[in-house]
Write a protein that binds this ligand. Structure first.
Ligand SMILES: NC(=O)C1=CN([C@@H]2O[C@H](COP(=O)(O)OP(=O)(O)OC[C@H]3O[C@@H](n4cnc5c(N)ncnc54)[C@H](O)[C@@H]3O)[C@@H](O)[C@H]2O)[C@H](O)CC1
Ligand SMILES: [K+]
Length: 227
């Protein structure tokens, strides 16, 4: 991949919008590419049992796509759902319905306090995927997601953060309390400005920038690259 300058949280969200409005790419195609890229990155780590913590938005939607591709690769996977089922919407709901129909195990962790099922599943997992909060979040994680972040950080599992380690301000690199401490972060299209900050290092781990199928011309438009 040619060098990509960082895009801010807002600019990253604008890429999504441009992809849909001007380049006619449905968001669910971007989500499929995002999730498949994350799954391939995780499969390379040879995981045995993966727990995917999914939040209420499209970051959670990426998690459902990841679950499907891990399951297809024969890897044991469970989803911990941190959103009442009836509140899942849009592209995330499309992928939630697919994993539900596919019989992938889903633990409902949307109530407070943090469910004991989550702690049990966490203890069995050698890898955890943080698909809790992404570019749609600008404040400190709320419960029960905050407690889930604390439990994930206290576990001995490897942690792959999707797009942004939940709790980290991706523009400033400042962590909210709590913030996911990831071994790997898979972010989309470009790095984020905050990932270069010293304060972000304990949280982002090794950063991988994944393409999600946005046309090169769109990138040229947004990044000012040669057309
Ligand atoms: N081109 C791309 O980069 C693509 C990115 N994708 C993924 O989509 C997310 C952004 O999805 P969005 O639904 O806009 O936001 P979030 O998933 O971050 O969720 C927001 C959701 O969370 C709740 N919430 C808000 N603040 C808090 C808080 N402090 N604590 C707890 N919960 C909170 C609220 O309900 C919000 O609605 C991006 O990061 C990528 O992962 C697409 O998959 C494909 C293209
Ligand atoms: K995340």
């Amino acid at each position: 991949m040619t060098f990509r300058p960082p895009l801010s949280r807002e600019q990253s969200r604008a890429v999504d919008q441009l992809a849909a409005d001007k380049y006619h790419i449905p968001g669910v195609i971007l989500m499929e590419n995002a999730g498949r890229g994350c799954a391939e990155l995780l499969i390379a780590q040879a995981p045995k049992q993966v727990l995917i913590a999914c939040g209420p938005g499209n970051n959670g939607g990426d998690g459902y796509v990841i679950a499907r591709h891990l399951d297809l690769a024969g890897i044991a996977v469970k989803i911990a759902l941190f959103c009442p089922r009836e509140r899942i919407k849009g592209d995330a709901l499309i992928n939630f319905r697919i994993v539900e129909a596919a019989g992938i195990e889903i633990l409902d962790c949307s109530d407070e306090p943090l469910s004991a099922d989550f702690a049990a599943a966490l203890s069995e997992a050698d890898w955890v995927v943080d698909a809790l909060l992404g570019t749609g979040v600008t404040s400190a994680p709320r419960e029960p997601i905050a407690s889930a972040i604390g439990a994930i950080n206290a576990s001995s599992s490897g942690v792959l953060a999707i797009d942004i380690p939940s709790g980290l301000d991706c523009d400033t690199g400042q962590p909210h309390d709590p913030t996911i401490e990831a071994h790997l972060t898979a972010t989309f299209v470009t790095p984020k400005p905050g990932y270069e900050q010293e304060t972000a290092k304990p949280f982002v781990g090794e950063v991988h920038v994944l393409d999600i199928g946005t046309p090169r011309k769109l990138l040229a438009e947004v990044l000012g690259e040669r057309g």
